[in-house]
Design a protein around this ligand. Structure first.
Ligand code: AMP
Ligand code: MN
Ligand code: MN
Ligand code: MN
Length: 282
């Protein structure tokens, strides 16, 4: 029986393990179809593919694109696209440059609060790959400023906190156009991780649908039972395909391990329903 995990991270973005190790760990946990979905970067896919082929895991090209929608930071997972598509590659490159400029601003805000050396510290954790808040969080934990990554988000890096800087990510329309232009499908990631009113959430579903968004994550690492039920309801109401993924970032840092996601409700149509060889799999 196939076992799917269509959302996880390697150290190409803010995960802890190299792409090959993510694949190995997924295989050990019984995953047979895996999408590596690093933030704003596809550089891990080729190493992941080599390992996946060796282990008999089917690797789906993936990426998690950061979007600004009505001033909220929203994440769109792209799946099954051509990762050499020049428009997509170029767009992701520009996003990573924007991330670096944002990191400089985050470091400047932290400096004002007496936290020195955060840009260098975060860059050390990023190891030359994309830089994000998680890398700052790891540095602040190392410095003894907070007990763990979650606490750093609660006190320093989360929305409205002292080290939070507003940033203009891709538009929803652009992110979907890049994914579709590269023959991929778009999935709305972790729909209940955003601070949206129920009206705003409905509006997001409508906008995403109108732009050709295909799927919504129904089962994901941080989702409660109620959130899974509500996401399933949204899939039915708005006609979305259902996806599932752990959002694994690393041992000890994530809600669940790679491959550990609840099964999709059987009445929903999975995002893979028309992927070659996977029709009928659930
Ligand atoms: P960025 O893309 O740089 O804005 O960072 C967003 C990433 O930070 C997410 O993908 C998560 O990995 C992580 N993150 C966001 N909020 C939290 C939180 N409350 N606790 C731990 N990690 C978080
Ligand atoms: Mn992340
Ligand atoms: Mn995300
Ligand atoms: Mn993610």
């Amino acid at each position: 029986m196939a076992s799917f995990d269509l959302h996880c991270h390697s150290n190409i973005s803010d995960g802890l393990l190299p792409p090959q190790e993510v694949v190995r760990r997924a295989a050990a946990n019984g995953v047979t179809v895996l999408a590596l979905t690093d933030h704003d970067d596809v550089a891990g896919l080729s190493a992941a593919r080599t390992e996946a082929e060796a282990l008999g895991v089917r690797l789906i090209n993936g990426v998690e694109i950061s979007v600004t929608w009505r001033s909220h930071q929203i994440h769109i997972v792209g799946l099954g696209f051509d990762c050499d598509n020049p428009v997509l590659v170029q767009a992701l490159q520009a996003m990573r440059a924007g991330r670096y400029a944002r990191a400089e601003r985050i470091a400047a805000e932290l400096e004002l609060r007496g936290i020195r050396g955060a840009l260098q510290g975060a860059a050390r954790y990023a190891g030359g790959s994309i830089i994000g808040r998680t890398h700052f969080a790891r540095f602040l934990v190392e410095q003894g400023i907070a007990k763990d990554v979650h606490a750093v988000f609660d006190h320093y890096l989360g929305y409205g906190k002292p080290g939070y800087v507003p940033h203009q990510w891709a538009s929803l329309a652009d992110a979907l156009a890049w994914i579709h232009g590269a023959q991929g499908v778009a999935v709305l990631a972790h729909p209940f991780r955003y601070r949206l009113s129920s009206n705003e959430r409905s509006r997001l579903y409508q906008d995403f649908k109108a732009l050709g968004g295909a799927g919504i994550e129904v089962c994901y690492g941080s989702a409660s039972l109620d959130e899974r039920r509500d996401a399933a309801q949204a899939a039915r109401r708005h006609g979305f395909l259902a996806s599932c993924g752990s959002d694994f970032h690393g041992p000890g840092e994530s809600a669940v391990d790679v491959g550990c996601v609840a099964p999709l409700p059987p009445d929903l149509t999975p995002i893979w329903h028309n992927w070659p060889g996977l029709q009928g799999a659930n």
